[in-house]
Design a protein around this ligand. Structure first.
Ligand code: NDP
Ligand code: OXD
Length: 308
């Protein structure tokens, strides 16, 4: 009987046990730190404790419960193990909604209206057509591609930046490090939906902010470690940036004393941009375990040479 271990150092994944069991009754499900995890062939993880796979000699598959795999591979010796992620079209729907709300916040100057409300000021902020608002998407994968198409449908000017070249009708496409500054210079609202890798860590920092037009805004829905928070605060302070919507943080929950909570122009949300349903996650993991056992190619396997 194949054993699957639910592993997280920050969340109690026990709620997945009945869902995985329902999707694959033949599996033996255990929850870390139950010592039985050591004999598991499959690790189903969010924020895995560093070094945990080294304690699992029978391990054959690492499966993230999320779209990102950064926190299931960080600090681990993967010894060539396959790593899979969750890809769910409904996940993209949620992200599209969140990013649309963030873009509207800046494009329709809701941020200005809210600041005015706090001072009882009745003043209509400048309103401009969507076509005049240039949204720059960092990442054009499952999520970024869906965001691009939705925003284009609403009339926004969409620029996209990715590692390899893409073609999305109606959007201006940029790829690679050499095109980054050009992309930034044409962006009013910068949206990050990149995966966290060695190449993208800290990418939302001073150099990037300085290359944006003065008064641009930033939305981070990727990972907290994309952002250099001190650089963001400095850019807001100097007026280089007008505001930021932040959904993800290097430390979650965001610590009580973190300056981002109170920074003028910053909206903090608790990693809620989107989430796959637990039943869908359990089904996708169960399907992949069956594929593993049958020697078939796995779905949504991550290319660990590029880190996503
Ligand atoms: P994908 O793997 O489908 O897409 C990743 C995109 O990022 C691709 O377009 C890729 O380029 C691009 N990219 C990767 N590295 C670089 C780089 N160095 N330079 C330029 N572009 C790069 O991922 P998803 O769209 O499914 O998810 C993206 C991330 O969103 C997740 O990893 C996760 O961190 C985050 N997320 C956040 C959630 C939230 O609630 N806040 C929920 C779900 C996900 P290319 O196309 O050329 O390969
Ligand atoms: C994900 C997330 O990566 O929830 O799916 O952040």
């Amino acid at each position: 009987m194949t054993r699957i271990a639910l592993i997280s150092q920050s969340a109690n994944l026990a709620y997945f046990a009945p869902l995985v069991q329902a999707a694959a009754p033949e599996l033996d499900v255990v929850v870390w730190p139950d010592p039985a995890f050591r004999e598991a062939e499959v690790a189903m993880c969010w924020n895995a404790p560093p070094g945990v796979y080294a304690q699992m000699p029978r391990l054959r598959l690492v499966h993230s419960i999320a779209a990102g795999v950064d926190n299931v591979v960080a600090g681990q010796d993967l010894r060539g193990l396959p790593v899979c992620r969750v890809v769910d079209p409904k996940l993209a729907d949620g992200m599209v909604q969140y990013v649309l709300w963030s873009v509207l916040h800046f494009h329709r100057r809701i941020d200005v209206a809210m600041a005015n409300q706090r001072n009882r000021v009745w003043q209509r902020p400048l309103q401009t057509p969507a076509a005049d608002c240039r949204v720059g998407l960092m990442g054009l994968g499952k999520l970024g591609g869906a965001i691009a198409r939705s925003l284009l449908g609403l009339g926004y000017a969409v620029n996209g930046w990715s590692r390899s070249a893409h073609d999305i009708e109606g959007a201006a496409m940029f790829s690679g490090a050499e095109a980054f500054d050009d992309f930034l210079g044409k962006t009013d609202v910068l949206v990050c939906v990149l995966p966290l890798t060695d190449a993208t860590r800290g990418i939302l920092g001073k150099r990037t902010f300085d290359a944006l037009p003065r008064g641009a805004a930033v939305v981070n829905c990727g990972r907290g470690e994309h952002l250099v928070a001190s650089d963001l605060l400095a850019a807001l302070d100097s007026g280089q940036l007008r505001g930021a919507v932040l959904d993800v943080f290097a430390s979650e929950p965001l610590p009580q004393d973190d300056p981002l909570w109170q920074a003028p122009g910053v909206v903090v949300t608790p990693h809620m941009a989107t989430m796959a349903s637990s039943a869908v996650v359990a089904q996708q993991v169960a399907d992949n375990v069956r594929r593993l056992e049958a020697g078939q190619p796995l779905h949504n396997a991550v290319d660990m040479s590029r880190g996503y």
